[in-house]
Write a protein that binds this ligand. Sequence first.
Ligand code: PEP
Ligand code: MG
Length: 590
Amino acid sequence: MSRILEGMGASAGRALGPVRRIDWDIPLVPHRTIRPEEVDGEVERFGEARARALEFVSRLQEETSRRIGSFEGKVFESQAMMIEDPELIEGTLSYVRDNFVCAERAFDWQVLEMRIRIQESAHAMLVDRLADLHDVRVRVLSHLLGRSDPSDLVTEAEEPSILVGSELPPSIAARLDPQRVLGVVLSGGSRGAHGVILARALGIPVVVAAGAAIQAIEESDRLLVDGRTGEIRVNPSSQEVEGYHRAVAQASHRRERLQSLAGRPTETSDGVHTVVQANLDLPHEAADAVRLGADGVGLFRSEFLVIGRREIPGEEDQLQAYRAVLEAFPEREVTLRTFDIGGDKFPLFLSLPPEDNPYLGWRAIRICLDMPELFDNQLRAAVRAVGENGNLRLLIPFVSTVEEMRRTRESLAAVYGSLGLTDSGIRIPVGVMVETPAAVEILDLLAPYVDFVSLGTNDLTQYVLAADRGNAKLGKLYDPLHPALLRMYKRVVKESARHELDLSVCGELAGDPVGVAALLGLGYRKFSVSIVSLPEIRELIRNVSVKELRRVMRKLDRAESGDEVRRSVHAHLSDRGVLSEPAPVGLSKD
Ligand code: PEP
Ligand code: MG
């Protein structure tokens, strides 16, 4: 019998393989006191170690930019800034000078102080900085202690394996070889941590926040990991392994079939036309989305431009990123979501407000409207990226008032003016993300200010059910098929039709076969899903009948729980022979 552990899915895809532990130890730091005449030598040693660490980090930035993409390379900028942080340097030097301790001891004390300060601020985003600090700490200490760079350890792995550890330092993530690293399981970490962003860009499945239970995983164990659901099976049974291999075979069949169908519309078995678009986290993902036949981009998250940055991203940087995606989809629409920061994603250029409830706090459009210097840059880059024939749409997250949409329109109008486009006829469609209960309730009032609607089931679920989407303990309660949500989804279909607004779904529910079937039955026809779910969802849609699903959903009008809904829709799909094994996604990991 396999043991099942639960974490949070942070990079979709499934993997099966042996374990390799990456407990990236902090080297033992000797407490060595020095004589006053040795101070200068220690100061010099520290300077050298910093210089070498800095050189290493900029080499990694270069390597990563070449191998993955320039935006991914910028992840290392925040580490370079840490190495050059005046407080870190001065603090270390004063321990050397005042306490007469060796450079490694002084540096480690100073890092510990910084670490405590970051932890005390108790802001979720800072979890991401801790992994960077850990990376910097180990690297500088290794140089001071004359050890080889620890990131070489992982690149030397022989057998393809699943890495298990507490964090994934960016310097390790950037050098991972997806052929040899099948997956990553972390006791801590978050979706937004730099190392996790890099692993995602490399197509490696990752589970984060799996907790202390993973300490019991040993190198002799085998794991079956699902980077979408966050499930970890330790020593899977032969049946589970067979199921996995079957799914791998099915997925590769499906890929071949879909490749021959790419460019063909996704229609249901009863001829209803649907649109299946891609959710992108990073610009380079556009190429895969095109290859898998996405009908454009329904959600291009722009946070990669700001997370971990000390400065507001420049207009030119943004222009380049937006153009890259528009160029990948010359004939299709690309929906750029304006910065959804706040919550657990705070860039370094924002002074951190101490918030008790960051998800109910200063977030997304609230921040953008308060910071025109941030928002205007993004709007200007978006308008310029459209150029002659780009088909860009702007999606506004976390809207809860009409005022927010009205002010967004005003900001955009001012940008047209500043670019001399007032009379040019260029008008970017603007949409509202329906992800707060308020937006559902006032959709009719928002309608005059918007051209389209995108349903964000991830946040809507957490706000309607008062259940934190990131809290593994609430996994059962956090259910996007809860009857309260189904009622809201229906109202959104009705209101959008009444006001002739284009409607799509970009939350994870659209990437879940049962979810997309339920949504089809409720009247949704346009979906935006993560790249790894594209083949499975397109295939599912081709094999279901809207007429039948409508009937199934009507019968569930008085369903008492999300479970009941899920079971019924699942049973319908199984009866039709539509549901396959959950597909392993990402690179094939057999
Ligand atoms: C959502 O909330 O449903 C959504 C798609 O946005 P995100 O997951 O980026 O919050
Ligand atoms: Mg959201």
